[in-house]
Write a protein that binds this ligand. Structure first.
Ligand SMILES: O=C(O)CCC(=O)C(=O)O
Ligand SMILES: [Fe+2]
Length: 571
């Protein structure tokens, strides 16, 4: 089974940038690099009318990553700066392909006479049904839930297009196909799996479809598909597919080259043609076996939309009579794709990754249980507590149990083998024994943080000093690490006590600050008799009651320290 459908030539704008020698750009120093954390309170310029080989949406989303000193420059300055960066990432062959495709589109657009010009700009009131428009205008989770039904997890359906719009679009596609036949113009099909159907972006509908994605699909995807890039959609591939006895009959099992796929049935009369879904999979698991609970079939109806994750494996059964024509919008997120490049291991959204993870956890817990039982020295209570501590990052069940205890405001001190966990309200401590000297381990955290991504590459991707020297109080650093998914955090060194090998960091930015209003972490490396100990303490304030106690953060910090310990012993 080959399920990866190859994307068609999705085009870029038929526009050009202003001539470069018209722009005077202030010289750029190394401190003016793009920022990993976007300035969310900055409103980017609109680049719609700018001529460039890159999409206007790409410029708008990249603008938020510009260094603060560049944010207030003129639009042309910013575009010039961003274009230089984008060009560095666009290899020559890709640029040549884009250029060729742009010429192809230009040739079509300057020769083809549209039938319904009103389709080429967004007229929301005449395109969409009122219920859809109302939900998008209100733009709340509640408003979207009121129009959407979810017959199967991750497959949303809702009424979307007016019958008149469907008729006009069908007539426009027919008109375009007539022109193709008459002129014998060789057009590209939407992708390698379709012999029929046309790319709407290629004959002038790109701007309207950009708007459709940005103003109508993005708000819904933000609510339902944020985990898979739905909040950062910034480019699309828009086309129609056509089925019938004299067209393509069915569509094989595949995944789309999209983060979120919009599939709207335009008509006409048909029977058969059901969509079949078979579970969400990442690249690694795209061919993994389907579980019975992943099987879902859906019969489409004219005007109705289906919105699903692009990597939700699917296909379409044979259209047994009539004609079935659908509008497809493959919506993509460059940010999500970039982040995926750093996240080499598990996908939170791939059912198979999750199944493998559970299986590994089950095996670990079983091994720990067996080990404890074998040792026989632990009392029944010790065994139970050991499992609780070790499973902090593994099973929410345990942390829920701990939360209930915690709510009774119990100060627990649990001594288990080499771990000590203290759980106060808003404070957590986890201590573990290490073999290397306290001074050496502290030295890594104080002076040699550059070693950490090397020591623990699967947990920590990078540490960048943003302000100060990265070693003294007041220094600000940017951490990219892996807490199940890639996470970005900005911290400030709050206090250093070299005599006691202790340091405190405060979180001042990044995803975690969304659910923990305050988070201070202190490391203390000490020596107690014959034992060397590392203790991590967290002081935190949850953004709301539903936020889980940050056991996983604590466990993360301690497990990195244990890896540093192992590294020092080997060094
Ligand atoms: O035929 C359909 O409705 C599905 C089309 C589709 O999945 C695709 O073109 O990616
Ligand atoms: Fe598809």
């Amino acid at each position: 089974m080959s399920v990866n459908k190859v994307a068609g030539m999705d085009g870029k704008k038929d526009k050009r940038m202003p001539a470069e020698n018209h722009i005077v750009v202030p010289s750029i120093t190394s401190s003016q690099r793009l920022q990993l954390i976007p300035s969310m309170d900055h409103k980017p310029d609109n680049y719609e009318d700018m001529q460039s080989e890159f999409s206007p949406l790409l410029f708008s989303s990249l603008e938020r990553h510009l260094p603060p000193t560049l944010l207030n420059l003129s639009r042309d300055h910013k575009a010039h700066y961003m274009r230089q960066i984008l060009l560095r990432y666009s290899p020559t062959a890709e640029r040549a392909r884009v250029q060729k495709h742009r010429e192809y589109r230009q040739k079509i657009i300057s020769n083809y006479q549209p039938l319904h010009r009103e389709l080429y700009t967004m007229h929301a009131a005449s395109f969409f049904v009122p219920s859809f428009l109302k939900a998008v205008n209100e733009n709340t989770e509640k408003s979207f839930r009121s129009i959407v039904s979810e017959p199967f997890t991750g497959v949303l359906t809702f009424e979307m297009l007016q019958p008149r719009f469907c008729e006009m679009l069908l007539a426009e596609v027919e008109n375009f196909e007539k022109w193709v036949r008459e002129t014998k113009f060789r057009i590209m099909r939407p992708n390698t799996m379709n012999r029929f159907g046309v790319v709407l972006d290629d004959f002038g509908l790109e701007t309207m479809l950009d708007k459709l994605m940005e103003d109508f699909i993005l708000p819904i995807s933000r609510v339902f598909f944020s985990e898979v890039g739905g909040s950062t959609l910034d480019s699309h591939h828009g086309f129609v597919v056509e089925y019938g006895m004299d067209r393509d009959v069915d569509l094989g099992f595949h995944v789309d080259d999209a983060e979120v796929t919009l599939n709207v049935c335009l008509g006409k009369q048909f029977s058969g043609g059901e969509l079949f879904f078979r579970g969400v999979r990442c690249e690694k698991h795209v061919n993994a076996k389907t579980q019975s609970e992943e099987i879902f079939d859906y019969s489409h109806a004219a005007g109705r939309a289906v919105l699903h994750h692009g990597r939700h494996r699917h296909g379409a059964r044979a259209t047994t009579s009539g004609h079935r024509i659908n509008l497809l919008l493959w919506c993509r997120s460059s940010v999500f794709r970039e982040l995926r490049n750093h996240q080499k291991d598990l996908c939170s959204w791939c059912t198979e990754c999750q199944r493998e993870k559970k299986e590994r956890q089950r095996q670990r817990v079983a091994a720990i249980k067996l080990d404890l039982l074998r040792r026989g020295e632990a009392t029944m209570q010790k065994r139970f507590l050991a499992l609780q501590v070790i499973s902090i990052s593994m099973c929410m069940k345990y942390t829920d149990e701990m939360k209930r205890r915690n709510d009774k405001r119990l100060n627990m001190e649990q001594k288990v083998t080499s771990f000590v966990l203290k759980d106060y309200s808003n404070e957590l401590e986890l201590q573990t024994e290490i073999k290397s000297s306290p001074e050496k381990l502290f030295d890594v955290y104080k002076n040699k943080t550059f070693l950490l991504p090397k020591i623990s590459p699967h947990k920590l991707h990078s540490i960048k000093v943003l302000e100060g020297d990265g070693k003294s109080v007041g220094s600000i650093r940017l951490w990219t690490y892996n807490l199940g998914a890639p996470v970005i955090a900005k911290d400030k060194i709050d206090a250093i006590d070299e005599r006691n090998n202790s340091m405190t960091f405060e979180l001042i930015g990044g995803e975690v600050t969304k659910y923990l209003k305050n988070l201070k972490a202190t490391i203390e490396v000490t020596n107690e008799g014959a034992r060397n100990l590392v203790k991590w303490s967290l002081e935190y304030e949850k953004a709301n009651e539903d936020v889980p106690t940050p056991y996983s953060h604590l466990d993360y910090l301690v497990s990195v320290s244990r890896e540093v310990d192992a590294y020092l012993l080997k060094a």
